[in-house]
Write a protein that binds this ligand. Structure first.
Ligand SMILES: NC(=O)C1=CN([C@@H]2O[C@H](COP(=O)(O)OP(=O)(O)OC[C@H]3O[C@@H](n4cnc5c(N)ncnc54)[C@H](OP(=O)(O)O)[C@@H]3O)[C@@H](O)[C@H]2O)C=CC1
Ligand SMILES: O=CCCC(=O)O
Length: 361
């Protein structure tokens, strides 16, 4: 049985206290499976702690064995707070970003700066990368002054961007050609979880690097999964975001339909929040969607990228995904209407536009 974890609701095998936070290790066994659905009966229930898991074996992190010098490439919505949390935890951080000005707040917190990914990688033990898409992830890792040029045996590269498996494997191969280790580690969780150190890491690749950077992942996240070979982390992330993109499109349709038939969409948000389809995403984004406001946490252009990559993944194994394909079309319409940099909840605007267009016909 595979396992999954949710905050505050599972069976515990071991508890240890680290840095004043309750941290847990969960051992998967045949006799004592980890039950984690909301229907399982918890042995313990806490309001806030971090749960760490690996699919293949138990794993705790030792903050005393943290890599001494940590690089961070890509300081956008996600990368900035992730790097900031590492700095606040006392890590020795060196940063680079294409637009240099985004490095300044981190430099003022104590980060060092290097002028290329190559220089960051050369000066650090491990280097994280949080880039927009497959093209930028590949360029930053393998381009002219890319991180691979600064890599050598004993170092590690951790790509936390959301990319497809083929891109991740290509980056991994180029990094490993230098003798360094590679881990793909895309994250579930958006801007706020990144700020709060509550991300979920979906890792795959070199197990020894996973263990080496576990204390760093535990600073930035609430859980980490090790999923085996490179490509599995990317695939897991794309499946999760495919579901999320379809959910948001469906929610948008429901909100507009409720309004059209004379209901108050604010009441719909409340009704949904109390039932079996309740979701933090609907509760958090619904109220601002009612006001046609879309403060960006997860840019719509990235959600459409993830749907596109998920559809390619589905096609590669001949898996029908008609719901996701329809949702993708909606995000494409939203992008064509200039909503790329808005939050992905702005996909609702594509439906409003469609309805207006239809009513004119
Ligand atoms: N926002 C979210 O909620 C989440 C996002 N993700 C994923 O994380 C990744 C980053 O997302 P997010 O931080 O939101 O995105 P942003 O758009 O805020 O940041 C993108 C980063 O990529 C850099 N970049 C873009 N193109 C290039 C390029 N050609 N060369 C070098 N650097 C480039 C940007 O640099 P510059 O500043 O110069 O533009 C910036 O640092 C994406 O893969 C996204 O899908 C995953 C989970 C949640
Ligand atoms: O890739 C973005 C994921 C956003 C989220 O998990 O809330």
């Amino acid at each position: 049985m595979g396992m999954s974890l949710v905050k505050g609701n599972y069976q515990l095998s071991t508890c240890i206290l680290l840095n004043s936070q309750l941290r847990t290790t969960v051992f998967p066994t045949k006799t004592m499976p980890i039950m984690c659905s909301s229907f399982s009966k918890p042995l313990f229930s806490f309001s806030s702690f971090k749960a760490f898991s690996s699919q293949t074996s138990a794993s705790t992190s030792n903050p005393d064995e943290m890599p001494a010098h940590v690089g961070f490439l890509g300081l956008g919505i996600m990368g900035s707070p992730m790097a900031q949390n590492l700095i606040k935890a006392g890590c020795n951080i060196t940063v680079w970003n294409r637009t240099k000005s985004k490095c300044d707040p981190l430099i003022s917190l104590g980060a060092k700066y290097k002028s290329s990914p190559e220089e960051v990688a050369a000066s650090c033990d491990v280097t994280f990368a949080m880039l927009a898409d497959p093209e930028s992830a590949l360029d930053v890792a393998c381009g002219e002054h890319g991180a691979a040029r600064g890599m050598s045996p004993g170092k590690g590269y951790i790509d936390v961007s959301t990319v497809d498996g083929a891109t991740s494997k290509l980056i991994g191969t180029k990094i490993k050609d230098t003798g360094a280790l590679f881990l793909e580690a895309p994250v579930s969780g958006s801007k706020k979880p990144a700020e709060d150190g509550q991300l979920i890491f979906l890792t795959a690749g070199d197990r020894s690097l996973f263990e080496m950077v576990a204390p760093l992942l535990d600073i930035m996240g609430k859980s980490r999964f090790f999923l085996g070979d490179v490509g599995n982390g990317a695939a897991m992330k794309l499946v999760v975001n495919m579901i999320m993109g379809s959910m948001m499109a469906s929610f948008s349709e429901g909100m507009l339909l409720s309004e059209k038939v004379g209901l108050d969409p604010r009441v719909l948000v409340e009704v949904v929040s109390q039932g079996a389809i309740s979701s933090p995403m609907f509760s958090m984004k619904g109220p601002s969607m009612v006001q046609s406001m879309y403060p960006t946490a997860f840019p719509l252009k990235h959600q459409q990228k993830d749907l596109r990559l998920a559809l390619e993944l589905a096609e590669s194994v001949s898996q029908p995904t008609p719901i996701a394909a329809a949702a993708n079309e909606l995000y494409k319409v939203a992008k064509s209407r200039g909503l790329s940099d808005h939050d992905f909840s702005a996909v609702i605007e594509a439906l409003k536009i469609k309805l207006q267009t239809q009513s004119k016909e």
